[in-house]
Write a protein that binds this ligand. Sequence first.
Ligand SMILES: Nc1ncnc2c1ncn2[C@@H]1O[C@H](COP(=O)(O)OP(=O)(O)O)[C@@H](O)[C@H]1O
Ligand SMILES: [Mg+2]
Length: 304
Amino acid sequence: MSNAAITFSSVRKSYGGKLAVDGLSFRVEPGECFGLLGPNGAGKSTTTRMVLGMALPDAGVITVLGEPVPARARLARRRIGVVPQFDNLEPGFSVSENLKLFGRYFGMSKGEIEAVVPSLLHFARLEDRAHARVTELSGGMKRRLTIARALINDPQLIVMDEPATGLDPHARHLIWDRLRCLLARGKTILLTTHFMEEAERLCDRLCVIDRGRSIAEGAPNALIQEQIGSHVIEIYGGNPHELKALLMPFAQRTEVSGDALFCYTADPQHVCARLRERNGLRIVQRPANLEDVFLRLTGREMKD
Ligand SMILES: Nc1ncnc2c1ncn2[C@@H]1O[C@H](COP(=O)(O)OP(=O)(O)O)[C@@H](O)[C@H]1O
Ligand SMILES: [Mg+2]
């Protein structure tokens, strides 16, 4: 028997003949933060809706917290907290009223609700906004309230669809801090994002998806090491083809993109030493990241 939090096995879903999810398989272990990373339209929201039993797969097998989904999705849902891509708070209600309303929706008693609301306000850093209307909150506050609301029934698994999209850097970092706090409490998180940086910071493992298909899966660092290596040097302002020949002996791989040369290397010192002999170049040296992985796997050219 599997004790996975979520299993997807060859799941397919199309809308009007167009595949949104195309044979997706992955497994989320209890206590981990698992990411679905991909651009807009990759099939992330469709996948989360299938986890929740809100969209029906055309083919494949799904289990969530040991329950077959969609058949027993209702049972699984009792132990899941949901943070949808677009906030669906009650705008005319106050912060604490929104939490209470959700508690009633889960069939909690007045006493049970009153007992948890203060800790949820504290979690969301909204203690001093308890009586503010939702319409008076900033984007970051609304997101934090939506996350706190998802915790009302103390769920084991939290499904978050792009929790930090549309937020400014301060608000985003505060959301990330709150998610780490949930992981420290042993919660399992399924997180979708199109921010490579978010996935790299938060996810224990992730599945990179593009056009409904998994194109890579693993721990962020392992994926970066396997696909890219440790260092990237971006070189602007020279003839990329000529520079490519110069740097080839020190590079694991090079890539010309427009007027730029991307050099992937384990030996950045030697590459930079060679480049110092040339004038007028702009050089950016940085650690390899998930964006490099994504661009390598999908190709650098625009797809729109
Ligand atoms: N309810 C729907 N009806 C028709 N097409 C849909 C629906 N939901 C999603 N799609 C299509 O499925 C694809 C994947 O969408 P979605 O899962 O929302 O991607 P993501 O969340 O990664 O941006 C897109 O091409 C989208 O237009
Ligand atoms: Mg989406």
